[in-house]
Ligand binder design. Structure first.
Ligand SMILES: Cc1ncc(COP(=O)(O)O)c(C=O)c1O
Length: 378
């Protein structure tokens, strides 16, 4: 039995999504831009999905632009809003799909203020607002971090941006489906989302635009998405995304409670079985499904491989780049040392995980962590 505890990386597809996608692949094969019946049928299914995605985040269907995922949504906003001479405010705990475009823009003459998080991974709303100056065109921030689950004070920052007349973009990829998002209450301009984090397929997402500002097309082509995203629509994936959003809207509170209980069980179990562990983030301002733990003195990637061999999938606080192990920039920003970051693992829970699986993971960690520690001892 495999135990999949890496739902922040991607989620298994919900059976209802697979079913709806299979039907769309078979029945809605027409090009949505074609004027005859086959095209109209595909177009109609896209519009149903647009309504399902919109309703999950509290906007009208017309506010949704389908994209190829959150990376594309983030790039569309950043390259569409910023030009040489502009200033942008962001955090030190962004996803690479924001970090990398901002680095390119910085080389092109955009100035970037990056706000440091506290030791739990959260930035201070007042510090974000204070970084706004007369050149500030945009504030971009992650809503909840993919590695730690730390939730940022988006509401307070959004109100400050509105008061100062600065555009705000939020990368909500990890939050949607794990915490309630109601854009009728939160005055942001742009939001990025991705289907594969909530039981939908990979390679499809949305850019939600709420204010009056229209971000120009990032992909130019045949005028799809009202001229804002060229390329024939990925009909089946858009359909799957819509169904995933509908399921999320229907099951949201129940699902969050379930994940929260399993996450607590995992944390308490690990504390009982394994010595010298620390929660990177803590229970206060963290997504209900995410547990990032430092196992002191452990080589995270070795523990990860040992878990994999025993059937458990999790994720490390370090990534291998060109043969060297790079500690997580997010954990470093939170004040962890490189060794502490390397000793950290992320467990993220979601649909399909049950108590039995959590208990088995705890049991395995109780056996494997001392073994890895012993092997690593000088
Ligand atoms: C916070 C965050 N932003 C953006 C992305 C990129 O999403 P996609 O895979 O849809 O491009 C991810 C995916 O890992 C993410 O966790």
């Amino acid at each position: 039995m495999r135990i999949y505890l890496d739902h922040n990386a991607t989620t298994p597809l919900r059976p209802e999504v697979v079913e709806a996608m299979s039907r769309a692949l078979r029945d809605q094969f027409g090009n949505p831009s074609s004027v005859y019946a086959e095209g109209a049928s595909a177009r109609a299914r896209i519009e149903v999905a647009r309504g399902q995605v919109a309703s999950l985040v509290g906007v009208e269907a017309g506010n949704i632009r389908f994209t190829g995922g959150a990376t594309e949504s983030n790039n569309t906003v950043l390259f569409g809003c910023l030009a040489s001479g502009d200033h942008v405010v962001t955090t030190e705990v962004e996803h690479p799909s924001v970090v990398a475009p901002l680095a390119v823009l910085e080389e092109q003459g955009v100035s970037v203020s990056r706000i440091k998080p506290d030791q739990d991974g959260c930035v201070d709303a007042a510090e974000m607002a204070d970084a706004i100056n007369d050149q500030t065109k945009l504030l971009t921030m992650i809503w909840a971090n993919n590695e730690t689950g730390s939730i940022q004070p988006v509401q307070a920052v959004a109100e400050a941006c509105r008061d100062r007349g600065v555009l705000m973009h939020v990368d909500a990829t990890q939050v949607i489906g794990k915490s309630s998002v109601d854009l009728a209450q939160t005055p942001i301009d742009f939001l990025s989302s991705s289907a594969h984090k909530l039981g939908g397929p990979k390679g499809v997402g949305a850019l939600v635009s709420c204010g009056d500002t229209v971000v120009p097309a990032f992909l130019h082509g045949g005028g799809q998405e009202k001229g804002l995203r060229g390329g024939t629509e990925n009909v089946a994936s858009i359909v799957g995304y819509g169904v995933a959003c509908e399921l999320s809207a229907a099951e949201g509170p129940e699902r969050m409670e379930h994940s929260g209980k399993l996450r607590e069980r995992l944390w308490h179990g690990i504390q009982a079985q394994v010595e010298s562990v620390r929660w990177n983030g803590g229970p206060e301002k963290t997504l209900c499904n995410t547990l990032n733990i430092e196992f002191k003195g452990v080589a995270g990637e070795v523990l990860l491989q040992a878990l994999d061999l025993e059937g458990v999938a999790a994720s490390a606080g370090a990534a291998c780049h060109s043969g060297s192990i790079e500690p997580s920039a997010v954990l470093l920003a939170m004040g962890r040392s490189a060794d502490e970051a390397r000793a950290s693992l992320r467990f993220s829970i979601g649909w399909g995980v049950d108590e039995e699986q959590i208990d088995r993971a705890i049991e395995l960690l109780g056996e494997l962590v001392p073994r890895v520690r012993q092997a690593e001892a000088p």
